[in-house]
Design a protein around this ligand. Structure first.
Ligand code: KG4
Ligand code: ZN
Length: 345
């Protein structure tokens, strides 16, 4: 954790400690969010305006529409976060915002709002990588400290990360094609579920037989993933029913898909724990909300590992995790000139 962060204009040192309030803004995709978090772990206010209703009709996020919706929502969520916390900008020790990866037009709205607040109140600005924010969701309401292994599963990323300290991380494995959330959303779409399909597929899976159909697990590097073959196998399975005009056994297809994904993730994480000797594991990212993935990763507790996963509301995009990352992680962007970026550099 950084103990001192500097303002850009006055350049006076600002002490950030356990009692400091950090306000953060997140707008990387289709949620406009603002939160105030104390000492990196205690959420004082957490406001999220979701655009799901808007994008549902298109079956996915339309970047230009998303950016315009962020513009409309941004001041509302900021005001609401202040109101719920009962504080003003003068009570905030630093302002944080998501820099990337994400949709550029969307990121610009939130990041510029965070920068403006920092300048207006003469407080430090802290730019945050969205993926680090997902990891930091695990600091909320816990006593988690590095080192730990993280399984980051979101709409855009699937990674196994060695978090060695607050300043040093190493990605040891990742997907070579689709991210887990992307595979969920694509398969969900294939079987006719509305966007975002991941949570709906999860729900149907809970009523199905996970062993009804055997779907293939990809053979890739020891900590790496590949989900495009599984997606094609799911497509073939669906076609085997639709070609014969047979009704789709939706629950069983969903459960079998979920079983294949969750057992692959479980095996890879277990292997990473065994080979690195790490004793703690955290689950992070939107897909960390998945019932079966949570269950399997938590079962690592039976083998003596300590397992963390964010509360449901901190799994999908929110700003509390951004504030927490700003408090704990040292690999942040503290230059107010930092530009948004769409992909991991
Ligand atoms: O982390 P996130 O909010 O966005 C990115 O940073 O990418 O994750 C969104 C992804 C979507 O693909 C969504 O379908 C998936 O998380 N997701 C789920 C579940 N809840 C959200 N996937 C499977 N099961 C869930 N319960
Ligand atoms: Zn995210």
């Amino acid at each position: 954790m950084n103990s001192t962060k500097y303002t850009l204009f006055s350049n006076k040192p600002v002490k950030i400690d356990e009692n400091s309030l950090i306000m953060a803004i997140e707008s990387s995709c289709d949620e406009t969010a603002c939160a105030i978090v104390k000492g990196g772990r205690e959420v004082i206010s957490n406001v999220v305006a979701s655009q799901i209703k808007t994008h549902e009709q298109y079956g996915g996020v339309i970047p230009e529409i998303a950016a315009r919706e962020h513009l409309e929502a941004i001041n509302v969520v900021i005001d609401e976060a202040f109101k719920q916390a009962g504080v003003t900008g003068n009570d905030i020790s630093a302002f944080a915002g998501t820099v990337g990866p994400g949709l550029v037009g969307c990121l610009l709205v939130g990041l510029n709002a965070a920068k403006t607040l920092a300048l207006a109140y003469d407080k430090p600005f802290i730019g945050i990588n969205h993926l680090n924010a997902h990891l930091a969701a695990n600091f909320i309401d816990t006593d988690l400290k590095p080192p730990f292994i993280a399984l980051l599963v979101s709409g855009g990323h699937t990674q196994i990360i060695k978090v060695k300290s607050y300043s040093e991380m190493e990605i040891i494995g990742e997907t070579i094609d689709d991210a887990v959330g992307e595979a969920y959303d694509k398969v969900a779409r294939l079987i006719g579920l509305p966007y975002p399909g991941g949570p709906k597929l999860d729900k149907l899976a809970q009523e199905g037989n996970p062993n009804a159909f055997k779907l293939p697990e990809a053979k890739v590097g020891e900590y790496d993933f590949s989900f495009s073959g599984l997606k094609t196998a799911a497509l073939r399975l669906v076609k085997s029913f639709t070609d014969k005009n047979l009704p789709l056994p939706l629950n069983d297809i969903c459960a079998s898909f979920q079983e294949c994904v969750s057992s692959t993730l479980y095996k890879k994480v277990k292997h990473a724990l065994e080979t690195t000797g790490y004793k703690q594991v955290v689950l992070a990212g939107g897909v960390a909300a998945n019932s079966e993935i949570r269950k399997k990763i938590f079962s690592l507790q039976d083998l003596g590992y300590t397992v963390f996963a964010p509360a449901m509301k901190y799994c999908t995009d929110n700003a509390s995790m951004v504030a927490s990352a700003a408090f704990f992680f040292e690999n942040t962007y503290e230059n107010i000139d930092v530009e948004v970026f769409s992909r991991v550099k």
